[in-house]
Design a protein around this ligand. Sequence first.
Ligand code: PHE
Length: 353
Amino acid sequence: MLEKLEQIKKTALTALTGIEGEEALNKWKTTHLGRSSAIMDAFKSMGSISKEDRGIMGRTANQVKLALQAALDEKKDALHQAAIQHALQEEKIDVTLPGYAIPRGRLHPATQTLREIYRVFADMGFQIYRSREVETDEYNFQLLNFPPHHPAREMQDSFYVASDADRGDNPILMRTHTSPGQIHAMRELTAEAPDNPPPVRIILPGMCYRYEQVSTRYESQFTQVEGLAVGKDITFSDLKGTLSDFARRMFGQDVASRFRASHFPFTEPSAEMDIECFLCGGAGCQVCKHSGWLEILGCGMVHPNVLSNGGYDPERYTGFAFGMGPERITMLRHHIEDIRYFWANDMRFLEQF
Ligand code: PHE
């Protein structure tokens, strides 16, 4: 009998060593410690054992049972520990691994240039004035002194809005430049104080549209920044001083600029400003076409007709205006050779800025 008990213990413990999961462990418990297990059968058979042997048998059986119980608890614990260890391994977080960079948006290159232009003019006391993108022929051309048959008014150059068939000689169109904003701004100010309107010092940024043959140099949409200063005793030297200073603040303190006579219907006299090529320093390169100069903007003294169309008496007020293309400036700065990249929304282009 003692041997049998020893055998029961051995069998059970051997079976236990191979167990790896909870389910198998429960099964083992039923088989080796359950009601119809060998050890329980041994207890049940105690009655048929002689009185002298019963003491030692009972004690031994009890020891076996306790030993099995203890082995079970130990195994349970070991399995539990192993499970924790496994989970720790599996779910390990290496905090030293580099994280995923969240893709961040960025400013469009033309917007970056625009903001620099805003900053420079804001420092010089100019305010930003926003004007509409859809205009009438009157504001876009007539009030700006465009002669009746000026080529810019032709179908080839302007986008007309489809539903304007009955508007006669004042059709609706997408503005071809930011200059109509000059009239809107002056009229807004003179409406409040017709006899003594305040001085004007504004820039007017925004998108313009032209029915262009699209090419590397011409797009059908582009931004412009218009500038307008109106007041008493404003002269051409104020224009030159302001714009040369703009060039220095925008492109560097040493940059030289020059003015060339030009023509715009709404300014008289008119000029174009060049800056010394900032790529070759004036020595001549591909970008400046070996001239040493880059054309940056158009400008001039506000035409008397335009002043009076805005409500400013040209006998008492004078002013200057200018217009520049941020895309062109951006192209020069970054050696961009095709203006079509700007509004094509190609991420490969935009991500470079
Ligand atoms: N509106 C002109 C253009 O589109 C630029 C300009 C603005 C020139 C103001 C002179 C004064 O070309």
